[in-house]
Design a protein around this ligand. Sequence first.
Ligand SMILES: NC(=O)c1ccc[n+]([C@@H]2O[C@H](COP(=O)([O-])OP(=O)(O)OC[C@H]3O[C@@H](n4cnc5c(N)ncnc54)[C@H](OP(=O)(O)O)[C@@H]3O)[C@@H](O)[C@H]2O)c1
Length: 152
Amino acid sequence: MKKTILITGSTDGIGLETAKMLLTQGHHVLLHGRNPAKLADAEKTLSALAQGEPVESYIADLSSMADVDALAKAVAEKHAHLDVLINNAGVFKTPKPITQDGLDVRFAVNTLAPFLLTQKLMPLLGASSRVVNLSSAAQAPVVLEALAGRAM
Ligand SMILES: NC(=O)c1ccc[n+]([C@@H]2O[C@H](COP(=O)([O-])OP(=O)(O)OC[C@H]3O[C@@H](n4cnc5c(N)ncnc54)[C@H](OP(=O)(O)O)[C@@H]3O)[C@@H](O)[C@H]2O)c1
């Protein structure tokens, strides 16, 4: 059965490979990225696999909670239902550790953004919908200095 699946961070790595696989299986995949050029490249590559169906893509910088909110609204404007939300986007190392809101960028992107996006998209998720969260052992330790953006 064809499913509608949103994958955050689908311009690279695991997200991009997952999008390719799911599109090849005939699912309707909603791509997400923060870099317009990378997103356009991914959209072009994936359109070739999409069996004639247009590939949708959404831009949002998940280190900004305003962008997370806008992403959820943009998806909800086009879709009444999501079968799967894959919270894949993540950041490990970054040269700029503090977001414009004064948050640690890794905590914002890896923890706050998936929580907020899932919460905002709850009205689109039914009893049989699924939320998949990717994480990393590198995100397991709680270092208060790092959460405040003062340590790498
Ligand atoms: N690779 C591993 O060995 C490994 C191991 C354990 C867990 N994981 C987890 O698996 C997930 C994917 O990892 P990956 O290795 O495939 O990562 P990746 O290749 O670095 O790709 C990460 C994706 O997230 C996007 N992203 C990063 N920061 C963002 C932001 N502020 N706003 C919006 N999008 C953002 C990236 O967009 P840009 O292209 O614009 O940067 C990219 O599309 C992560 O959650 C990671 O913690 C990975």
